[in-house]
Write a protein that binds this ligand. Sequence first.
Ligand SMILES: CC(C)(COP(=O)(O)OP(=O)(O)OC[C@H]1O[C@@H](n2cnc3c(N)ncnc32)[C@H](O)[C@@H]1OP(=O)(O)O)[C@@H](O)C(=O)NCCC(=O)NCCS
Length: 233
Amino acid sequence: MNPPPRRRRIRIRNTTPADFEGIRALTREVYKESSPWNIAQLSTHLELFPEGQWVAVDDEERVLGMAASLVICFREYEHRANWTSFTERGFFTNHDPQGRTLYGAEVMVSPFLQRSGVGSKLYAARRSLVQRLGLLRIVAGARLRGYHRHASRLSAQEYTRRVVEGKLKDPTLSFQLRHGFGVFGVVEGYLGHDPESLGYAALIQWLNPAFARAQARVTPASSSEPLSPGGAA
Ligand SMILES: CC(C)(COP(=O)(O)OP(=O)(O)OC[C@H]1O[C@@H](n2cnc3c(N)ncnc32)[C@H](O)[C@@H]1OP(=O)(O)O)[C@@H](O)C(=O)NCCC(=O)NCCS
């Protein structure tokens, strides 16, 4: 794809079937080593949870970014589950409307448009959905995209610690930390075929502040349901 002019107006809206080919082309641009989202997966996302799927488009409706999400009951998953199990191999057939955790399965922006605010807009759309649906939080796996540069001398845990402390910058995790996410674990084998993260991801969460305030007000400290992962769904 030719680089789009950076001044062009970018809109975030929910995904439609007309965007599928654009999403597939975008995936090929962003993840050169992996297979793109397939039509069966993208169709299932729209059937199960259309509000959780977004694209970023320009005036000509070209797809320049996308985000895909589902709702899960977090306590049903092992802390160390990988992307494949959180997303049922990318099909989202585990989407559970009774759950209280929005799982961020994907967010990507065309390399030509990265660092111009599109990813932030996609994250804002996710946060407002969580607030509108009254969900507890967003959980995602942040692929440690800069880890390959440090893997010979740092464990993935140590790398993540340094990124959290601001001593190192990771192109994905630093961005997510800036959007209010916190890290609650580091997993290996989270993604296959990713030469940048070497398969490692930081598990991250963002808590819906409205819900956190309500919990703090009504629940006695001694019996509070933990807000940490593995607690509420
Ligand atoms: C992670 C990703 C989605 C972020 O998208 P993005 O559109 O680049 O995000 P933004 O432009 O909103 O923010 C990125 C950075 O650019 C900065 N930025 C935003 N607008 C800017 C502008 N006009 N001028 C300069 N910097 C700007 C932001 O402050 C942010 O800085 P930070 O990383 O220090 O926090 C994108 O890098 C991407 O697609 N990566 C590859 C796929 C991937 O790894 N996805 C995540 C899977 S876990």
